[in-house]
Write a protein that binds this ligand. Structure first.
Ligand code: MEV
Length: 313
């Protein structure tokens, strides 16, 4: 049997903009997806025991099959490769948390172990990027990079097709955040395509927003390095406004963002593809984290309590 894991992720700055070459900032979550792969005589079977994943896994079934076919191809294995795949771990199946990338990294690592293929982390990242195309159409690579390497990362897609640029951002100490799910399973591929179409159709509106997103990413990195959390929060709020302007937020996300800010979060924004999925809020200290998380839970939404900037990831 082969085993593997991949981290979940939360984008702090720059989702959607990163697809077009703007830098972004992402943190891996300590919650991760685990995979086990076993050779079997025929076919591919998938048993998905991921937490809260029922609706998510059903919606993403076809994309999941395509992602595995893509992986086999780039790994140099025949499409007829027969195996059973088990998925589990503590990463919830919320849209926006990088569940697809985490599962692709976990499965790629588990296949490599079961079929005695020796891949470096860079190669696993490439394989997961290929698999992500099934879920996101034209992904930036930010999700699979966080899922493979972990940590808090500065990321910029290489628009000329070479290796992407990424580096760890080291902060003074880990900071509590919350991630709340709207419960709506979002279609990342459709969201990414929608932004690309609107950007093309309306450059006068979109180009300045992309410029602002770039400035925000640099300001966000500076604020994180200075450990100026108040500033980080303000910039996250500003990032949410940009995401509203490019039409990827929705009323449920805006509502959760408002609740988090009202409860004292330093900043809150949607995270990931939007159109449902998740929001994240900066809630330093366990008391503030608990206050914001429990208020949102009382309203019937699921919440993940985690931290950004954990070094061991
Ligand atoms: C999805 O987690 C983030 C997006 O920017 C897509 C991508 O970067 O591949 C929406």
């Amino acid at each position: 049997m082969g085993k593997g894991s991949g981290y979940g992720k939360v984008i702090l700055f720059g989702e959607h903009f990163v697809v077009h070459g703007v830098p972004g900032i992402v943190s891996a979550t300590d919650a991760k997806t685990d995979a086990e792969v076993r050779k079997i005589p025929q076919g591919i079977t998938i048993k998905d025991d991921r937490k809260g994943s029922k609706g998510y896994a059903e919606e993403k079934k076809l994309q999941q099959i395509e992602s595995i076919e893509r992986m086999l191809k780039i790994m140099g294995l025949p499409q007829t490769t027969a195996m059973s795949i088990w998925l589990g771990g503590d990463l919830p199946g919320f849209s926006g948390l990088g569940a697809s990338a985490a599962s692709s990294v976990a499965i790629a690592r588990a296949i490599a172990e079961e079929f005695t293929l020796h891949f470096s982390d860079e190669q696993i990242n490439q394989i997961a990027y290929e698999a992500e195309k099934a879920y996101a159409g034209n992904p930036s690579g930010i999700d699979n990079t966080a899922a493979t390497f972990g940590g808090l990362l500065w990321f910029q897609k290489n628009m000329r097709g070479g290796s992407d640029i990424f580096e760890k951002i080291l902060i003074k100490k880990p900071v509590e955040i919350i991630i709340a799910s709207t419960g709506i399973v979002a279609n990342t591929k459709a969201m990414v395509e929608g932004v690309a179409q609107r950007k093309k159709a309306n450059p006068e509106k979109y180009n300045p927003l992309f410029k602002q997103a770039e400035e925000l990413a640099f300001a966000g990195k500076k604020a994180l390095l200075n450990f100026d959390l108040k500033k980080v929060g303000e910039l996250m709020n500003e990032n949410h406004r940009l995401l509203q302007e490019i039409e990827v937020s929705c009323k449920e996300l805006d509502y959760l963002v408002d609740v988090a800010r009202r409860e004292g979060a330093l900043g809150a924004k949607l995270t990931g593809g939007g159109g449902g999925g998740c929001m994240t809020a900066l809630t330093p200290g366990m008391d503030l984290q608990e206050k914001v998380a429990s208020t949102i839970e009382k309203e019937g939404f699921q919440v993940l309590r985690t931290k950004i900037g954990v070094q061991k990831l």
